[in-house]
Design a binder for this molecule. Structure first.
Ligand code: WT7
Length: 654
């Protein structure tokens, strides 16, 4: 919930801001309200360089499959790279890369363009062309960004898979996307440890179903020992050697899929969220400009991984589209110590810093235990804007971030959005919005967010409800790759008469200000450390252990550091274990889930029962399990429960 402290934008933040003062914000919203298409068309012309200008703005005839700027053509890589070089920014630093071990490399726009063009040429030389899917399974690196830009340059649709996902997860994504190539690294370095990437690609491809893959391109990061499949595997440095540093961009239609990004839903396997080229780029650039107020002298740092949407929009595309200078960081916030973020802000004079509440919360703990890693031990004067993303930020963490990191002078933009939305949806603008800790405040200009009841009717301010977006917007998800029916069912379900985009979150608006506070997911999706996980996905992983597991139910429970924690209730195919045996089996199941999905999906709690709480008709009562997971005394009516005694068993932790 939000607090009642108000933080009006400081004068220094208002002055010179792209959106300066609340009147300027209101004016933009009024413009969008009065002429929705005109508003977006104007910004699409001002923000994006088109090869062939569009004449159509929004096409709603195939709703909910909307089209934006459909007769325009463009290239994202041209917009992010060539255009900046043409504007005289060729020697400007595009990326400051800091490696896990602290080594710093700077890459100019000219160099980034040359590297991208070389890889684009190499991909083309391997027959990869417009519309092909390329999976990128990479560490945080300049090469990772180059791989994405190179795909964009030739019109190949990339699908980045987070380096923490398992071979099984990677395989599923490769198969679903029908990818023709994988770009990876030998290993990744995180927190002083060498972790495998190529070996996991090998394992994924060996699992079968990936016959579409013809090429595996490997960036040599550590030089660690890896296996090699001749004819399929090639080193990145070999494939780009001798390639021209120029490459004519492939001019694609605005609706051409720039990327797929798999994310968790409430049911079944992860869904490939498909994004467009024109509308996506517009929103990536415009939100970077207005939400972060990114100006020519800024040093921007988004700490996300390129494996998540935040790393797509606010590392690979948005800041580059504006000709900004940004940090790409390979490591982790706690290595060599928990002062790493603060030291990097100091060293690189970072002015805009964008991170997740879970990172802030864990760094608060560390700073309270050790003054040497407290932000006060560093010079953070360069900072002017702070950002938060991925989950609600609790007011206490907000206040700490504001005071100790931002020195009380930096606005915090608490940006609410999703993989599906492409960019910020509800967020303060730093030079315009009065902040309230714990509230993401007001919609980005042109985003028609609202809170409604089950019938789709808007509820009064002060009353909680379901978060929706009333009109399509340029960077919205276009479809779920290969499953348009699931797209409709997930986001435009029938009971909403197909009218509004359903975000999957609950929200409440402040009675006086109309400010939005997100109250959390209303479906079976969990948010663990800002990572999105489907409960069903984890349940399927557990029951896939057919030797041990008869039945499993997964719920979330609140956790001080990770926001939510995963709690699994398991019925085994053998008598309910206790003591050391329970501990041993719990560990085995955790490791199993780690292998099936990835370490981020390992349940924190595993509870064993002879059965699960079910209604007489056999339905698992998740509501009860949520209470048990929280450690609450059960006050709910359990009279419909077939087996009430089971709750005591399930309350015992291992
Ligand atoms: C879900 C989307 C946004 C990019 C990273 C996560 C939650 C996200 C906030 C916020 C409260 C937030 C929502 C949303 N969420 N940002 N500022 N305040 N909740 O993208 O993995 O697609 O997850 O994250 O529940 O639906 P994602």
């Amino acid at each position: 919930m939000s607090s009642s402290h108000l933080y009006p934008p400081p004068e220094a933040a208002v002055k010179g801001a792209y959106v300066s003062g609340i009147e300027a914000y209101n004016k933009l919203c009024a413009e969008a309200e009065a002429d929705y298409e005109g508003f977006w068309a104007r910004h699409a012309r001002d923000t994006v360089t088109w090869k062939k200008p569009f004449t159509k703005v929004l096409n709603e005839s195939g709703a909910p499959f909307f089209k934006w700027f459909e007769d325009g053509t463009l290239n994202v890589s041209y917009n992010c790279l060539d255009r900046n070089v043409e504007r005289g920014l060729g020697d400007k630093t595009a990326i400051i890369f800091e490696a896990d071990d602290g080594k710093v490399t700077k890459v100019s726009y000219k160099q980034l363009l040359a590297q991208t063009s070389q890889l684009a040429n190499a991909l083309k030389a391997r027959g990869i062309k417009k519309g092909d899917r390329v999976v990128i399974y990479m560490s945080m690196s300049v090469e990772g960004v180059v791989a994405m830009q190179a795909c964009a340059r030739i019109g190949a649709t990339h699908s980045v898979v987070f380096g923490g996902f398992s071979a099984q997860s990677l395989r599923d994504r490769i198969e679903d996307a029908g990818a023709v190539a994988v770009i990876t690294a030998d290993e990744q370095l995180r927190g002083g440890k060498q972790l495998p990437l190529k070996a996991i690609v090998d394992e994924a491809l060996a699992l079968g179903g990936c016959d579409s893959i013809k090429n595996v391109i490997v960036y040599k990061r550590t030089g660690g020992n890896i296996a090699w499949t001749a004819g399929r595997d090639e080193w990145l440095h070999d494939v780009v050697a001798g390639q021209s540093t120029t490459c004519e961009p492939e001019w694609v239609e605005a609706e051409h899929p720039l990327f797929l990004l798999y994310t968790s839903g409430s049911t079944g396997k992860p869904k490939g969220v498909q994004h467009s080229t024109g509308g996506y780029l517009l929103h990536a650039a415009l939100t970077t400009k207005w939400t972060f107020d990114l100006r020519p002298d800024d040093v921007f740092w988004c700490t996300a991984d390129i494996g998540w949407v935040t790393g797509h929009t606010y590392i690979a595309y948005g800041p580059l589209a504006l000709g900004g200078t940004e940090i790409v960081f390979e490591g982790v916030p706690t290595y060599p110590d928990a002062g790493r973020f603060w030291k990097m802000i100091q060293d690189h004079k970072v002015s805009i810093f964008y991170t997740a509440p879970t990172a802030i919360r864990s760094l608060i703990k560390a700073a309270e235990a050790n003054a040497a890693v407290h932000p006060k031990s560093y010079d953070l004067k360069s900072l002017r804007i702070l950002g938060s993303v991925g989950e609600p930020i609790n007011p206490a963490a907000w206040e700490w971030y504001h005071q100790h990191v931002g020195g009380g002078r930096c606005p915090i933009v608490d940006t609410f959005w999703q993989t599906e939305t492409g960019g910020h949806m509800i967020t303060p603008l730093p030079g315009a919005t009065t902040l309230v800790p714990g509230s993401c405040t007001l919609p980005f200009p042109g985003i028609m967010a609202a809170v409604v009841d089950e019938t789709g009717k808007e509820v009064p301010w002060g009353q909680g409800g379901i978060l929706v977006v009333k009109r399509p917007w340029p960077s919205m998800i276009r479809t779920i790759w290969g499953d348009p029916e699931r797209f409709k069912k997930s986001y435009y379900p029938e009971d909403f008469k197909g009218k509004y985009y359903l975000a999957g979150d609950g929200a409440i608006r402040d009675e006086k200000t109309g400010y939005f506070t997100i109250t959390g997911r209303i479906d079976d999706v969990l948010n663990v450390s800002g990572h999105r996980m489907g409960t069903m996905e984890i349940e399927s992983a557990l029951v896939a252990h057919t030797e041990l597991v008869a039945e499993a139910a997964v719920v979330g429970r609140p956790d001080d550091t990770t926001g939510e924690a995963i709690c699994a209730f398991v019925v085994l195919k053998r008598p309910r274990p206790t003591g050391d045996e329970a501990k041993r089996i719990a560990k085995e199941l955790r490791d199993w889930v780690g292998k099936e999905i990835g370490p981020i999906a390992k349940p924190k709690d595993i509870r064993f029962g002879d059965n699960l709480p079910k209604t007489r008709s056999g339905k698992i009562m998740r509501r009860l399990l949520r209470s048990v997971a929280k450690g609450e005394t059960i006050t709910q009516d359990t009279s419909t429960l077939e087996n009430p005694a089971i709750l005591d068993q399930l309350s015992q932790s291992n």
